[in-house]
Design a protein around this ligand. Structure first.
Ligand code: FES
Length: 109
C-alpha cells in the first residue's frame, strides 16, 4: 500500500466532539479529533517525549494538550504552540464518505 492511499479508519460518528480517538494506520498511531463539524487526523505521538496524545485533552481553542508535560499542538495545523515543544506534528488528510466513514491519507514522513 502506498503512502497516498486513502484508508478507512472509523465511523465519523464514533469520534465525539471535543475528544480524541486512536486509530492505527500502516504501523502509525493516529489521533482522530473532532472540533464541531470538523474532523482532523494528526500523528498521535508527541514530538517532545513520545507520549500518546490519544490520552491528551482537546481544548476549546482547537488545540490538544499532551498528558505528559502539557505541551499543546494546534489540531488543524499540527503546529507546536508552547514549551516544551519545539517540533510540529504531522497532519493527515481526512475525508468522510457518503456512508459516514472517515478516511485518512497519511502525510509523508
Ligand atoms: S511528552 Fe508531550 S510535552 Fe513532553
Amino acid at each position: 500500500m502506498s503512502a497516498d492511499t486513502w484508508i478507512d479508519v472509523a465511523a465519523a460518528a464514533d469520534v465525539p466532539d471535543g475528544d480524541v480517538v486512536a486509530a492505527h494506520v500502516q504501523g502509525r498511531e493516529i489521533a482522530l479529533v473532532r472540533l464541531g463539524e470538523e474532523l482532523h487526523a494528526i500523528d498521535a505521538t508527541c514530538t517532545h517525549g513520545s507520549a500518546s496524545l490519544c490520552g491528551g485533552f482537546v481544548e476549546e481553542d482547537g488545540s490538544i494538550e499532551c498528558p505528559l508535560h502539557q505541551g499543546r499542538f494546534d489540531v488543524r495545523s499540527g503546529r507546536a504552540l508552547c514549551a516544551p515543544l519545539t517540533q510540529d506534528l504531522a497532519v493527515h488528510a481526512v475525508r468522510v464518505d457518503d456512508a459516514g466513514r472517515l478516511w485518512v491519507k497519511l502525510a509523508v514522513g
